[in-house]
Design a protein around this ligand. Structure first.
Ligand code: IPE
Ligand code: IPE
Ligand code: MG
Length: 245
């Protein structure tokens, strides 16, 4: 029997995928799938909070999702607006800190204001952190970090030889957020789609067939159970009890 990790994860990241297929299977417009996806997000935030996790990061709009038809892009933006408007007060009263991670470039002014409002209002909350990856791409994040460090070098604050892993991590948008121990992707796809490329270096990956609108407590528990069965070695050797299997 595997020893499994000593602790449950503190930080779970989720690629919330499959809204469109969920709707298609029911003969409904894709937009309805996205709406049901917001309900799944609400359930999942609650489930994570009640299981004492400290961070949940969700991928809700990728830099590549701009390739979708304009109507779909607008409906995804409309949902972010709706989620923030409907849930911000409640999340704040429950001590949830909200961060929206990604590039601000290309976002409409009212969405920028809502992001600013939710981050500012909840900045002092520390019970639980919800990171919404919106207009986010892992390659974009890494490239932006490289540019930040290059500028520090140009200003003479650093030399290229001085650059450490810590400098690099600090320059990333997720810089001050612990790496996720567990990454879940729903919808049966086995790919990362440009999500948290740097931070998932040693995350346990769990791919589930469930489509995102069907996700909830039971599916989270199933993923946590899978996580507990894994032997995390980080390039070292198996833990003693796992090695004596
Ligand atoms: C995930 O569902 C939501 C976003 C990518 C914004 P999809 O819209 O990708 O649904 P499928 O993959 O087409 O089923
Ligand atoms: C990843 O899902 C992005 C989000 C969940 C926001 P996609 O549906 O965009 O990914 P691909 O196109 O299947 O790789
Ligand atoms: Mg998809």
């Amino acid at each position: 029997m595997s020893a499994g990790p000593k602790h449950d994860p503190q930080h779970v990241a989720i690629i919330m995928d499959g809204n469109g297929r969920w709707a298609k299977a029911r003969g409904l417009p894709r937009e309805v799938g996205h709406q049901r996806g917001v309900e799944a997000l609400r359930r999942t935030v609650e489930a994570c909070r009640s299981r004492d996790l400290s961070h949940l990061t969700v991928f809700s709009f990728s830099t590549e999702n701009w390739k979708r038809p304009a109507t779909e892009v607008s409906s995804l933006f409309a949902l972010l607006r709706l989620y923030v408007r409907q849930d911000l007060k409640k999340l704040h009263s429950e001590g949830v800190r909200i961060r929206v991670i990604g590039t601000r470039a290309g976002l409409p002014d009212d969405v920028l204001s809502l992001i600013e409002e939710s981050e500012t209002l909840t900045a002092q909350n520390s019970r639980f952190q919800l990171n919404i990856a919106f207009n986010y791409g892992g390659q974009d994040e890494i490239l932006t970090a490289c540019k930040t460090l290059a500028r520090s070098c140009e200003r003479g604050e650093l030399t290229s030889d001085d650059i450490t892993l810590e400098h690099f991590e600090q320059a990333l948008w997720f810089g001050d957020i612990p790496d996720p121990e567990l990454l879940i992707r729903t919808s049966g796809e086995f790919r990362i789609s440009n999500f948290m490329l740097w931070q998932i270096a040693y995350s346990e990956l769990v791919f589930m067939d469930c489509l995102w609108p069907d996700f909830g407590e039971d599916q989270l528990d199933e993923a946590l159970k899978t996580y507990r069965s894994r032997d995390r070695r980080f390039g070292g050797l198996a833990t003693e009890s796992a090695a004596s299997r």
